[in-house]
Design a protein around this ligand. Structure first.
Ligand code: SAH
Length: 322
């Protein structure tokens, strides 16, 4: 028997170590090249807002197939070559590191964010925190139980009340120690060394009870507890809780704002139209459809959010101010 977070950590480590774990994936950078290009432009503007420090480090956590960084670098190498000299990628999967190496030249890899060298930081993290292990407690009358996993089923063991939101009888409260530790460390580092981290992920703006653990196998929903390592396990990112963690560590937080709003403020449709204009109709239509998928509230535009953890000295950054 394992606690749910240990089970999820083991399952995802095995899953991401497979030869092409993200083959059936439709994350934002895989939907449209414009996503990575806009984040690259954002990184350049954030770096300018930091005073364009020559020693700043560009980094990404959980780069997947490397698509986001490859698209971002096309823009960055033109806009801010000073920031794009070396790219630091935080990635534990050997197979994904190999994929990333094929599209991002001159990258340096790290297992953990703490291993990225000291310097002012510009970090991008898309759909990274949702993959980190969560814990779940369930309210049972006056007490609480915590979910463990044995033989592909939940086992409930009595536990202390969870640290977060109020919940009614039978309701699930979930949180991620790993995501909280990651954001705490990131915030402390940014306060001490300067910089900003852009977090884009799916989840509610405000903490609420509920079970959001989900598994996708070959792009299809499946039981998260069956055959660990054959499906991608994710859970909602609790933006409110993570913003509190970052502020407690002394950092400033901008957003969260819905992904659609954020990307439209950065010029999603203008850039997509400019790309589409010289293309044959089918390709042009696909580019505009991809932009809609990222921005439409009923598709990815509302559930996904963008939030920046920044040094308190930074001005409002693009995408966060109306
Ligand atoms: N950002 C990409 C991929 C998201 S999938 C995209 O948008 O398409 C999650 C990524 O995080 C994968 O690259 C996975 O290998 C990596 N990852 C998951 N857990 C990790 C951990 N604990 N430390 C470092 N990388 C991790």
């Amino acid at each position: 028997m394992e606690r749910l977070d240990a089970f999820m950590a083991r399952a995802n480590a095995a899953y991401y170590a497979r030869p092409d774990p993200l083959g059936g994936f439709t994350t934002a950078p895989e939907i449209s090249q414009v996503f990575g290009e806009l984040l690259g432009a954002w990184a350049a503007m954030a770096w300018q807002a930091m005073g364009a420090p020559a020693d700043a480090i560009l980094a990404e956590a959980g780069p997947g197939r490397g698509t986001l960084m490859a698209d971002a670098l096309r823009v960055l190498r033109r806009a801010s070559p000073g920031l794009a000299a070396t790219v630091h990628l935080v990635e534990t999967s050997p197979s994904l590191r190999a994929r990333q190496a094929s599209v991002v030249a001159d990258a340096v890899w790290h297992d953990r964010l703490e291993d990225v060298p000291d310097a002012p930081l510009v970090l991008l993290a898309n759909e990274f925190l949702d993959a980190l292990p969560i814990r779940q407690c369930v309210r049972r009358g006056a007490g609480w139980v915590e979910r463990h996993v044995a033989a592909a089923a939940f086992v409930e063991l009595p536990c202390a009340p969870p640290p977060t939101v109020a919940a009614g009888d039978g309701e699930v409260v979930e949180w991620s120690d790993a995501a909280r530790a990651m954001v705490r460390g990131l915030a402390a580092r940014i306060v001490a060394q300067g910089g900003v981290a852009l977090i884009v992920d799916y989840g509610p703006e405000q903490s609420a009870p509920g079970d959001s653990l989900q598994a996708l196998r070959d792009g299809q929903p499946t039981d998260p507890l069956v055959d660990p390592g054959t499906a991608d396990l994710t859970a909602h990112v609790d933006f409110q809780a993570l913003a509190e963690v970052a502020r407690d560590a002394g950092a400033a937080v901008q957003g969260p704002v819905p992904q659609g709003v954020f990307l439209m403020r950065l010029g999603l449709f203008e850039r997509s139209r400019a790309l589409a204009r010289p293309q044959p109709p089918a390709r042009a239509g696909a580019l505009m459809q991809a932009a809609q998928r990222l921005a439409e509230p009923h598709l990815m535009g509302r559930l996904f959010k963008a939030m920046a953890v920044c040094h308190p000295g930074l001005p409002p950054l693009p995408g966060f101010a109306a």
